[in-house]
Design a protein around this ligand. Structure first.
Ligand SMILES: [Zn+2]
Length: 345
């Protein structure tokens, strides 16, 4: 072993440096989130035979680059377990055919259901919750009173204890003869549910590091289509954000963009089952999500999702999941990253 006079050898300094890097990464994992692969890389380098020749140095450098590439790949694809001491949030886009139902399981065990799908597939929503041993829905948020979103509301409120039921306020002329709007009011009375009207920017619920906010419809919105008044919900858990948009389309998207709100999200539930008139380019620019989910029925009569919309999502760098192709899609995340994406199909 070559030694510097009176000091540490170059090899010792090299190993000390790498061991320190591995240790710092490991300790860093307790505060920030470090993929195990990088710790493994530095540990591997620290215990690696020290190069004794020029060829050895080149070989080792090449090997390190390959290892670094593998670490990056493992990190990107979530191939290795990831250190986290935070309780995760789980968001499941339930396959309810042509409709919408999203289950959010908060880190503290509380449960929120955003829409409950059409009546004909209410069993799918109910069964999905029962398989998770859920008996209480802490918040039932209904984006707008259309059959494909709230058709199953009677079944769901009959099967589970619903602590709070929540919906946006709608222009009276759009709901005066809306069957489902009346039904929700009736069920709330019947089950003595706490029925709340959510306002723009109101916190539907919050606890440590977690906020669920209704970002739309903005008070400035004026439209004759009830879909545009869909409650758009933003769930924020640390750096991770889910944006669930009901059946909002371009008019609502531009109205909410005009408010200047931060709409950036990790996962976007694309509006209106992938219709052409949702997810306008500027809206997608603002959301800038990594993943998009389209809740749509297989072989639906509307021929959704629209191919242009899917392309638009992909062009914005979003990886697209669809309930018609993937079945129920479940995202699990801690406060810093998506830990896993599970699909039923
Ligand atoms: Zn719909």
């Amino acid at each position: 072993m070559r030694k510097k006079k009176g000091g540490l050898s170059r090899e010792s300094i090299f190993r000390l440096f790498l061991s320190l890097a591995a240790l710092l990464l490991f300790l860093g994992g307790f505060f920030r989130h470090i993929q195990y692969s990088y710790i493994l890389l530095f540990t591997a380098m620290a215990v690696f035979p020290y190069p004794r020749s020029r060829t050895g140095s080149i070989l080792k450098s090449v090997l390190c680059v390959i290892l670094l590439g593998l670490c990056w790949y493992a990190d990107e694809k979530n191939l290795l377990p990831f250190y986290t001491d935070e309780d995760p949030i789980t968001v499941s886009f339930i396959d309810v055919g042509q409709g919408d139902a999203t289950l959010i399981e908060f880190p503290d065990g509380k449960v929120m259901l955003v829409d409950c799908g059409p009546l004909e597939n209410a069993d799918r929503t109910i069964q999905f919750l029962k398989e998770k041993n859920i008996t209480v829905i802490d918040w039932l948020f209904l984006t707008h009173p259309h059959a494909d979103h709230v058709g199953g509301v009677r079944r769901v409120t009959g099967e589970f204890t619903v602590r709070n039921i929540c919906e946006p306020s709608f222009p009276p002329e759009l709901i005066s003869d809306n069957y489902y709007y009346g039904l929700i009011q009736k069920l709330a009375d019947q089950h003595a549910l706490n029925l709340q009207t959510a306002k723009e920017d109101s916190n539907i619920c919050e606890n440590a590091n977690l906020y669920v906010k209704m970002v739309s419809p903005p008070e400035t919105l004026q439209h004759d289509d009830l879909n545009q008044y869909s409650g758009i919900v933003l769930i924020e858990y640390g750096d991770i954000r889910f944006l669930i948009t009901g059946d909002a389309g371009w008019p609502a998207e531009y109205a909410v963009l005009d408010t200047g709100k931060d709409l950036s999200a990790t996962v976007l539930r694309a509006g209106h089952h992938g219709s052409y008139d949702s997810c306008a380019g500027p809206f997608l620019d603002a959301v800038d999500a990594d993943y998009a989910v389209i809740s749509v029925g297989a072989g639906n009569e509307f021929q959704l999702p629209n191919a242009n919309l899917v392309r638009r999502l992909e062009e914005h760098g979003m990886r697209v999941y669809r309930t018609d192709l993937n079945g129920t899609i479940t995202f699990t995340a801690d406060m810093h990253r998506i830990l896993s994406i599970q699909t039923e199909k």
